[in-house]
Structures are given as structure tokens and as C-alpha cells.
Design a binder for this molecule. Structure first.
Ligand code: GAF
Length: 388
């Protein structure tokens, strides 16, 4: 986690010397349940021990925000009343969250903010949700008397992505960042928003991420196209079954998907096929975890990877290569994590294989791509909170 004093020293230096409150929110991992959130399905994320930490202080102006991104050494000032908002992509998260919190009734006024993060950028660990949740939490505390609920902050983060950053994401990342709990994964039903904490202490196993360092970027990526494909399939099924209520693929059966196969086309069919399969896999993983059957969990992870790679087509050569290495090394489970198009694989690996696997992956990847993957041992941490 980012050191508070590090953020504070920059905050003092770049503004008027006064201190504010310090908040932090984490990035996330996801054990299984990918691209299911915007399809009303299940996800299985957990917060990590890496995140974004921000110091914020009201600056007595009506609506001027002075923002400093410590890692980028970039300063941007803007007004909340400016309909365009700032251009710098990182500053749009601040602008977007502030406006979304205002919509929720928080009387946000001008503020100074400096922030830093240690969630690897573009690794698919949701550094953007960490920013949104951190800023939402801070503004709610400073201007809103903490009246906005955790769920509304999740939705404000998602709306920021939709309305200001061009990503039509689901709610998994913001949910994990806000609700995370150390040592626990969470199974969330994205349709009903019910969730439960699953203590995750796999005896004899551990989770490790291998970052391909292929930068995953969801804005302007085919991520939104995937969502459109799913919605197209739902539309066709709904037209065929006017008697039913079909909001997302969660409401659709395998038989109904088969019925519309010819009309939706091969590509959309394969996307929807992956999503229906993934819904079943998350539930299978829950049962397996309850029984302590980690081999079964791993088997589902490999199936997810295959689906994400071949049917959903959000993998890339480097991620498939890392997945193959995991298989060759006898790793229990491995798959692309997050939105895809780069980023990490998440690997469930037996303790006795860990060292050999990581060494082999580094060596083989380096031989093929000229650099090593980055390795992050997963530590499941807490969600959004005020540090001081
Ligand atoms: C990204 C999105 F932001 C999430 O909402 C989710 O759809 C994920 O990709 C894929 O599971 O992280």
C-alpha cells in the first residue's frame, strides 16, 4: 500500500501547505466470473492490498478542483461547472465522480487533491475502479456526511466509466473496491446485488498473477462490442418470447440461445455461449470451494480461459502462452483475469509447484518475448476506507 506520508508530502508541496483527509481504495482480482457482471450473472472478486491513496481538502472555492497525479507528476486544474471537463484521462475520473456524487445529492464544492497508486496500470486489476471508489469515498466523507451508501458509490463509479470515460463496464470492479474485506473473496449476484463473503485460505495453494505487460485498455477497446453482442442476443430471444422478461443473458437458457443461433450470427452466438457457460462455472466453483475441492476450481479456471480466448476472443498471444506454461507446469488453474486484451493471468498453484512455475514462466516468456512477466502474489485486502 502507498505510504500516507508520501502522499501527504506531495499534497503539502503542491498546494497551500495545509493537510487534508487521506483515503484509500484497492484494486481487485477475480477468481472466476468474467464478463458476467453486465450480463446479470455472478462474479467472484476480492480486493487486493494494492490501491489508490488520495489526500483531499476542500479549498473554499465554489467549484474549482486542483488535482495532482503524483505518479505522473501532472497537475490539472478544472471547474466542476465546465461542461467539457478536463482532457487528461486521469483527471476525468475525478471530474466524473464529483459530478456523479453531486447527482446523488452530495453538495461537492471546490477541493484540492493529490493521489498516488500501486495497482499496476493496464494489468487488469482495475486501477480505474480504485480511483473512482477512493474519490467517491473521500467526497462523501468531506461534503456528504457519509450519507451516500456503499452501493451508491459503486454505481457512481460505474456511471463515471460510462459517462466520462467511454467504458460500458459492469459493477464488479467498483463493488470489489468498495466492499472488499481482508482474507475474503466475495460472490456477487450482479442481478439482485446480493453477495456473500467467502473466507479464502486455500490450504496448500496460493494465487499468483503473471502480468504479460501487454497493456490492457478498455476505453476504445472491443470491450463495448462484446457487451453489444450480448445485448443483441438478448434482444433476439426477447422478440421470440414476448411472454417472458429478458433483461440480460442471465434470463436466457441454452435452448433459447440455440433458437436464435442462425439469426444472431456465429460471432454473437459464441459470445453468448461463453457467458452462459461462465454463469454455470461460477456456481460450480462455489460448490467446489465449500467442499475444499481446489482441483475442481482449477479445472473451471482453465475452461474459462479457453472460452475467453476462443469464444469471447478477449485474449492475446502472450496470455495464451502464459496459460499454456501453467498447464505444462501442472498448475491447478490458470486463466486471463479481468476484461482481457492484455494484462494478467490469475493462477491457482500448489505451494510446492509455485517456485518452479514462476521461474519457468519467467524464463520461457523472456525467451519468446524478450522480457519477463511481472509476478504479483495475491494478498486479499480491505475495501475503501479513510486512513487519517
Ligand atoms: C472489466 C470491467 F470493468 C468489469 O465490469 C468486468 O466486465 C470485467 O472487465 C470482465 O469481467 O474489468
Amino acid at each position: 500500500m502507498i505510504d500516507i506520508e508520501f502522499v501527504r508530502s506531495r499534497f503539502i508541496k503542491h498546494f497551500d501547505g495545509k493537510t487534508g483527509n487521506v483515503y484509500t481504495s484497492p484494486g481487485r482480482i477475480n477468481l472466476i466470473g468474467e464478463h458476467t457482471d453486465y450480463n446479470g450473472g455472478f462474479v467472484f472478486p476480492g480486493a487486493v492490498d494494492k490501491g489508490v491513496t488520495a489526500e483531499i481538502r476542500p479549498n473554499d472555492t465554489e467549484d474549482t478542483v486542483m488535482a495532482y497525479a503524483i505518479d505522473l507528476k501532472d497537475r490539472v486544474d478544472f471547474k466542476l461547472s465546465d461542461p467539457e471537463g478536463p482532457r487528461a484521462s486521469w483527471a476525468r475520473y475525478i471530474y466524473g465522480i464529483a459530478l456523479e456524487m453531486k447527482k446523488l445529492g452530495v453538495p461537492v464544492k471546490g477541493f484540492n487533491i493529490a493521489f498516488a497508486g500501486d495497482v499496476p496500470l493496464g494489468a487488469g486489476m482495475s486501477s480505474s475502479a480504485a480511483m473512482e471508489s477512493c474519490f467517491a469515498f473521500g467526497l462523501n466523507d468531506l461534503f456528504g456526511d457519509n450519507k451516500v451508501s456503499q452501493w451508491d458509490m459503486v454505481l457512481a463509479g460505474q456511471a463515471t466509466e460510462h459517462n466520462y470515460c467511454g467504458v460500458n463496464c459492469g459493477i464488479m470492479d467498483q463493488f470489489a473496491s468498495v466492499f472488499g474485506k481482508a482474507g475474503c473473496l466475495m460472490r456477487l449476484d450482479c442481478r439482485s446485488r446480493e453477495f456473500e463473503y467467502f473466507p479464502f485460505k486455500p490450504d496448500g495453494y496460493r494465487l499468483v498473477l503473471l502480468d504479460s505487460v501487454v497493456k490492457h485498455q478498455l476505453a476504445g477497446s472491443p470491450y463495448n462490442d462484446r457487451r453489444n453482442s450480448c445485448e443483441n442476443v438478448v434482444k433476439h430471444i426477447a422478440t421470440k418470447h414476448p411472454e417472458g422478461k429478458f433483461e440480460t443473458l442471465r434470463d436466457c437458457t441454452w435452448e433459447q440461445l440455440e433458437e436464435v443461433k442462425a439469426e444472431v450470427g456465429e460471432e454473437d452466438y459464441r459470445r453468448a455461449k461463453f457467458v452462459l457457460g461462465e454463469k454455470d462455472r461460477v456456481l460450480a466453483v462455489c460448490d467446489a470451494l465449500n467442499e475444499g475441492d481446489y482441483e475442481k476450481v482449477g479445472e473451471m479456471m482453465y475452461k474459462t480461459h479457453e472460452g475467453l480466448s476462443k469464444d469471447y476472443e478477449v485474449s492475446c498471444e502472450e496470455l495464451d502462452f502464459l496459460n499454456d506454461i501453467a498447464k505444462e507446469c501442472g498448475v491447478t488453474g490458470s486463466r486471463i483475469m479481468g476484461g482481457g486484451f492484455g494484462g494478467c493471468t490469475i493462477n491457482l498453484v500448489r505451494n510446492d509447484l509455485y517456485k518452479q512455475f514462476v521461474e519457468t514462466a519467467k524464463e520461457k516468456f523472456n525467451t519468446k518475448y524478450g522480457h519477463q512477466p511481472k509476478v504479483y502474489d495475491v494478498v486479499i485486502g480491505d475495501g475503501s476506507r479513510r486512513l487519517c
